[in-house]
Design a protein around this ligand. Structure first.
Ligand SMILES: [Zn+2]
Length: 450
């Protein structure tokens, strides 16, 4: 039995944090979450407080980063010269992809996932498409790159959903993969499924999911194969959707409909599916996503970095799509920044305030993300859930004087002091217990750029 005493904790379905909460866990699961009443005496008796770890500040459930491409972290700060757009950024990203192998991928992902742990992220969804060796030649173990991610997450101390992406073509017109893209391809969806079927990580910190890279990368007649595979196995399915108007235009030109309509017609949408970005949906697309309860993963700092645009987050949520958050290209790894951007970007778009409450943002960053990644038992400070705790200090230059309910509008990842994943302490006093994060980031990035 482990005990923590949180100065404030954000409990499920609460509009704001609760003061003085005793949190208890056994074998990685929460066994009691007890608000201490006025006199400071817990229901379990005052003697239990003696061995409880004090958590000054606000303690949140684990944050879930529902959309990551770990290796994009190498591009941070290197893509801001001159003009350009998503497509010129992508060329640079390909040059990094061309250099990675299972060892350098492990080193880089380990550092990135440890950076996430420092930011309070206890679970990541890795949208993984860098499957094969140079030229597209499979490694001896065709899932060697996925295995590197599994090991990286274990070292960093966070949970992982490997969203194994089918990436088969270079465009909606079915153009062949060229250059570094050849490393992404399995040939067709059946061979993709065969490879993924052979990947069965037994590690408790890992789950599997499927991904359709986008309508650009999986031919229409093969979409149902990937969706069917995920459905048969009861696993989450993610897909990049309408990040760019050019994708919509190309889809209309080839198929005569929007990407969302194409996915709907091929059985891709549904409550186990998450559309990533959904920045440029039509009104009909928003209804298709919402009516099918398809989730939407917003990645506002990446969408801003890549000049994608601002998606209609409020309309999609109202239509019925649960929201989650991702740091995607890792221009920033900070779910506080992603969460408040959902509200602040909506303000810019509409010139009105007050679209999402603080509790709405907490839900997207915690239980929403975990659900999108297939971890229905995480993201809430509730008995039976996984014992994930993320404590944010309220005495930094950013958070001092801020009421606990306002933390998502004030804190940054640097204010996270204590992180517990499945009952194990991963970060204490703002330091990762096993990974020297800045050094490993510097060295692993230098290795893939040299
Ligand atoms: Zn992405």
């Amino acid at each position: 039995m482990t005990r923590w005493l949180a100065e404030y904790a954000w409990l499920p379905d609460h509009a704001e944090p609760t003061p003085d909460v005793l949190i208890e866990a056994t074998d990685g699961r929460l066994t009691a979450v007890t608000p201490l009443t006025g006199g400071g005496v817990p229901a379990a008796g005052v003697e239990v407080l003696g061995d409880a770890t004090r958590l000054p500040g606000l303690t949140l459930p684990g944050l879930a980063d529902a959309h990551s491409h770990a290796f994009h972290r190498a591009l941070r700060g290197r893509t801001h010269d001159g003009r350009g757009d998503f497509w010129s950024w992508r060329d640079l990203m390909y040059s990094v992809a061309a250099r990675l192998d299972p060892d350098s991928y492990l080193a880089l992902a380990r550092a990135v996932y440890a950076e996430m742990a420092l930011a309070g992220i206890t679970c990541v969804g890795e949208f993984h498409y860098l499957h094969h060796g140079p030229g597209g030649t499979p490694y001896d173990d065709p899932n060697a790159m996925s295995a590197a991610l599994v090991e990286a997450a274990a070292h960093a101390g966070i949970r992982l959903t490997v969203l194994d992406a089918a990436y088969l073509t270079a465009g909606v017109d079915g153009a062949e993969l060229v250059g570094p893209q050849r490393r992404f391809g399995d040939g067709d969806a059946l061979r993709w499924a065969e490879r993924v079927d052979a990947f069965r990580p037994a590690d408790e910190h890992v789950r599997l999911g499927a991904a359709i890279h986008s309508v650009r990368a999986v031919p229409a007649e093969q979409l149902a194969t990937v969706a069917g595979w995920a459905d048969r196995h009861g696993l989450p399915l993610h897909v990049h959707l309408s990040e760019q108007p050019a994708e919509n235009d190309a889809c209309r030109a080839v198929h005569g409909c929007t990407p969302t309509r194409l996915l709907a017609d091929h059985g891709v949408l549904g409550r186990h599916t998450t559309a990533v970005h959904a920045t440029h949906p039509t009104a009909a697309d928003v209804a298709l996503l919402g009516d099918s309860r398809t989730g939407v993963c917003l990645c506002p700092t990446t969408e801003r970095d890549l000049a994608d645009g601002i998606g209609p987050a409020r309309r999609m949520a109202e239509a019925g799509s649960p929201l989650s958050l991702g740091s995607d290209s890792h221009a920033v790894v900070d779910l506080f920044e992603e969460a408040r951007a959902v509200e602040l970007d909506e303000r810019l778009r509409t010139r009105k305030r007050g679209h999402f409450s603080a509790a709405d943002l907490v839900t997207a960053a915690t239980v929403g993300g975990h659900a999108a990644l297939g971890w229905g038992d995480a993201g809430r400070l509730a008995v039976g859930d996984r014992a994930d705790l993320v404590t944010v200090r309220l005495d930094s230059a950013r958070t001092a004087g801020v009421p606990p309910v306002g933390v998502f509008f004030a804190a940054t990842a640097a204010d996270v002091t204590h992180v517990v994943v499945d009952g194990r302490t991963v970060v204490a006093d703002g330091r990762h217990l096993t990974v020297d994060v800045p050094t490993e980031l510097r060295d692993s990035i230098a290795a893939v750029l040299s």
